[in-house]
Structures are given as structure tokens and as C-alpha cells.
Design a protein around this ligand. Structure first.
Ligand code: GLN
Length: 471
């Protein structure tokens, strides 16, 4: 088996044909992790013993003819998704020793299929960032060029798959954290429709934006993992009924928001985007210009709504209920000392920003205004979707950047999210697919092509996306 190119589909075939066992496959990944991960740092913790036990159980399922799509498939899990009895730290000092007391719904579903869990992956602290440099435990390197970031915040999950240290991985996407690292590591990344995948057991960042989704080598694998984790869940009040959205017949029309796409993207990335559109045209899709005047407001709206939700979600880390506790003379003093010791700089910045935009006297000017503009952005999508199947954009303005290049300039880091936050604000599904490479410092670096579909339109993304992938 070649772990650098292996897909879930190929491993499934080989496992069911008994060409190798799930234990062989898991051992191969554990060996690769031991050899390569000290340099990449995709994992915060590897669970070798339990992974071998899970693989052995999977082999028994396969032998009994009870194999399911993910039986015996070795996966990496982002460190903000709970697994019963395991540490889940969100790459924060605040939760360095916190152990989950239950399984996230997505984990329960994967366990029922007999999947193998290799370990938990590095990320930006509490999923805030676009490079995985905000981890309290050191950055992850991009396996394709170790002087560069893998993207973020699910950078550990992306690097694990790209380096052949997991067959596929789960990430979470609040404003691009699955799609952007997929773009930077040459993978497929899917952010499902808001409400399609349960958030029960996902540590909340921006609750109205967060979704769990797959990072894989192919669209086919993304579909397999998505099908395994999706579905209504009574434990998540924002989970949608499975039949909420109508199935739309394909019109074979792809929307191009030309004015928005042309601003702020690196020239060769724009050229690659245009070349990919041409390939879609050659495959029989009509390209249609769509005017979405409010898309340029997405970034400022996201950076008001997201910190506002972060500031309330992270209030729970008070030194009493979860994780770190720094003792002090009074409760308030302990609260302040715990939060000062537990949170990194980006997390504090967002809490301060979020508290400000929600504060009395400013909530109308910032938070409520942003909510209103969010509605208008969503309406822009609805209008566009009345004419087209999906909308095409770059995933990010450029390829992977150098480690340290943007750490001292938060606004430059935020600008990385310009194309990805749009889908989270509207709650619609979006996928990033590898579309080719651009050259930086003599190296070929992958660039993602993003497709965005109406609510419940994951199948549209898979269908039109495979046109991009196969050509
Ligand atoms: N880069 C964005 C941010 O920093 C998105 C993060 C995410 O999707 N979790 O907020």
C-alpha cells in the first residue's frame, strides 16, 4: 500500500478483498507517524494501543461480512471534537488536561461503523486562525513545504492526510477552517450545510457558523465520510430534519461573482481559477456572471459575529467548570488569573473584540448591524441560486504562506478568509477541490477551487466538483 496516494475507496476494496488487514493498515500509519510526524507536528497525541484494538475489532467485522464504508479506516480527529475518556484540548493551555466525558455524535457514528482513531490533531487555539500557528503547543508544518503553514484552523488534520499520516480526517469549519487547509495541502475539504452534521460534542467557537466536515484526498472519499457523519440529532437543537431541503434538478449552470473574485486575489491564483472555469465549460457547464453586491461585506461581518459568539462561548472557561484552575484569594481573582494563564493572544483578542461589539451602547452599531448585513448576504446567495446550481470562487487569495509571515499582523491573517467566510454566514455548503499549483520560491504549491451550493446541496458540489477533479 502506498500511503501517499491511498484513498478510502481503494482501502475499502483492499480490506474487503483481504489483501491486507485493518491491523496491517493501522500499523502502517502508526509507523509513518513515528517516522514523519516529529517534523510535521500534525498530531498532538497518537493513540497507538487503542487504534490497534479498534483495527482488530474491525477485522472481526470484516471477517463476519459486516463491513461498512468506514470499517477499519484509520482517521485523524481535530482536537476540538470529543471522544469519551480522551483529552480534547482545542490546542489550548486552558484544556491541556481536560478529558471528555462523552462521545461527540460524529464519533458515535464513526465508532458504530468500526472506524479506527489514530489520534487528535493540532489546530489554532479554539479554532481561531488560518495557519495553525495559534496552537498553544507549537505550529504544524505544511508537508509539501515545511517552511510554510498548512493553513488553519484544521491544519493538523490537513497535514496528517497530506503527509500520509491518516487516510482521512475530521475538521471543523467556522469561516473556512476545513476548506482553506485543504487548499494549502492539496486536499478536498467539505463544509456541510449548517445543521447537516451534529455539533453535539464539538467545542463551540461561533455556534451559528460552526460545522464539522471531512478532509480527504478525493471527492468520493469526502462523500463517504460526509454520509457517515450527517443526519438529524436530537442532542443538537440546530440540527436540521433530514428532509428539510428540496433536491434540486441540475441545470448545469455555474455562477461567477466576477467583481468580488477579482479583488484581493494573487494574479496566478486568479489565472488558475479562470483556467478551472474553462475546464468546467469544456465539460458542458454554462458559466454565468452573478452580481452579489454584498459579498465584500462578508469579512467585516464575520469578524463581528464570530468574535461576539466566541466571547460568550468561551465564558464557560472560568477555572471552575472545565480545565485549568489558578487558585487565588477571591473568585474574581481566580477567574482573571485562570483566563490570563489559559488563553493565548488571538483568543484574548477575539474575546475583547466580541465583548466590545456586544456591549451596551455598541451592540446596535456593531453586532445588530452585522446581523442585518448577514441577512442581506444570505439573500444575495438566494437570488444567485435562483439562476445557477452553484457559485465558484477561489478558496483562498493565495497558496500556503511562510510560517511567521502573518503572525504579527492579525488583519492580514483575517484577510485570508475573504472567500471562505461567505458560505458560513449564509449557512450553505461549500467544497474546496485541488485545481492545480502555483510556484513560490521554486516550489509547486497547491491551490483550491471552491464551489458553493444552496442549503442541502452537497450532492451538487460532489457532482460538479468531480467535473473539476477528473479533468
Ligand atoms: N480563519 C477563520 C478564523 O480565524 C476561520 C476559522 C475557522 O473556520 N474555525 O476565524
Amino acid at each position: 500500500m502506498n500511503l501517499d496516494t491511498l484513498t478510502i475507496a481503494e482501502a475499502r476494496r483492499a480490506l474487503d478483498a483481504k489483501e491486507y488487514s485493518a491491523l496491517d493498515l493501522t500499523n502502517a500509519y502508526l509507523d509513518a507517524i513515528a517516522k514523519k510526524d516529529p517534523d510535521i507536528h500534525a498530531y498532538l497525541e497518537v493513540w497507538a494501543d487503542s487504534a490497534r484494538a479498534e483495527a482488530t475489532a474491525a477485522d472481526a467485522m470484516i471477517a463476519a461480512g459486516k463491513s461498512q464504508p468506514l470499517t477499519g479506516i484509520p482517521l485523524a480527529i481535530k482536537d476540538n471534537i470529543l471522544i469519551d475518556g480522551r483529552i480534547a484540548s482545542s490546542a489550548s493551555k486552558m484544556l491541556e488536561n481536560y478529558r471528555a466525558s462523552y462521545d461527540a455524535t460524529v464519533i458515535k457514528k464513526l465508532k458504530a461503523q468500526g472506524a479506527v482513531f489514530l489520534g487528535r490533531t493540532n489546530m489554532d487555539e479554539f479554532a481561531m486562525g488560518s495557519s495553525t500557528e495559534n496552537s498553544a503547543f507549537g505550529p504544524t508544518k505544511n508537508p509539501l513545504d515545511t517552511s510554510r503553514v498548512p493553513g488553519g484552523s484544521s491544519g493538523g488534520s490537513a497535514a496528517a492526510v497530506a503527509a500520509g499520516l491518516a487516510l482521512a480526517a475530521l475538521g471543523s469549519d467556522t469561516g473556512g477552517s476545513i476548506r482553506q487547509p485543504a487548499s494549502h495541502c492539496g486536499l478536498t475539504g467539505l463544509k456541510p450545510t449548517y445543521g447537516a452534521v451534529s455539533r453535539f460534542g464539538l467545542m463551540p467557537m461561533g455556534s451559528s457558523l460552526d460545522q464539522i466536515g471531512p478532509l480527504t484526498r478525493t471527492i468520493d472519499d469526502a462523500r463517504t465520510l460526509f454520509e457517515a457523519i450527517r443526519g438529524h440529532d436530537d442532542n443538537d437543537s440546530t440540527s436540521s430534519p433530514d428532509d428539510l431541503y428540496p433536491v434540486r434538478p441540475l441545470r448545469r449552470i455555474v455562477g461567477v461573482p466576477r467583481a468580488f473574485v477579482s479583488s484581493g486575489v494573487e494574479p496566478d491564483v486568479l489565472a488558475l481559477y479562470d483556467a478551472t472555469l474553462e475546464r468546467l465549460k469544456a465539460a458542458g457547464y454554462e458559466l454565468r456572471d452573478v452580481e452579489m453586491h454584498n459579498l465584500p461585506f462578508s469579512l467585516p461581518v464575520y469578524y463581528i459575529v464570530c468574535p461576539a459568539e466566541v466571547s460568550t462561548n468561551l465564558a464557560r472557561y472560568d477555572g471552575v467548570r472545565y480545565g485549568l484552575h489558578v487558585p487565588a484569594g477571591t473568585v474574581n481573582e481566580s477567574y482573571e488569573k485562570t483566563r490570563a494563564a489559559g488563553f493565548g493572544p488571538e483568543t484574548r483578542r477575539r474575546i475583547i473584540l466580541g465583548t466590545f461589539v456586544l456591549s451596551s451602547g455598541y451592540a446596535d452599531a456593531y453586532y445588530r448591524k452585522a446581523r442585518a448585513v448577514r441577512d442581506i448576504i444570505r439573500a444575495d446567495f438566494e437570488t444567485a441560486f435562483s439562476q445557477v446550481d452553484c457559485i465558484a470562487m477561489p478558496t483562498a487569495p493565495g497558496p500556503a504562506f511562510k510560517i511567521g509571515e502573518k503572525t504579527s499582523d492579525p488583519l492580514a491573517m483575517y484577510a485570508e478568509d475573504i472567500f471562505s467566510v461567505t458560505a458560513n454566514l449564509a449557512g450553505v455548503p461549500a467544497i474546496s477541490i485541488p485545481s492545480g499549483t502555483v510556484v513560490r520560491d521554486g516550489k509547486n504549491l497547491p491551490v483550491g477551487f471552491q464551489l458553493i451550493a444552496p442549503h442541502g446541496g452537497e450532492d451538487i458540489l460532489f457532482t460538479i466538483g468531480s467535473g473539476v477533479e477528473k479533468l
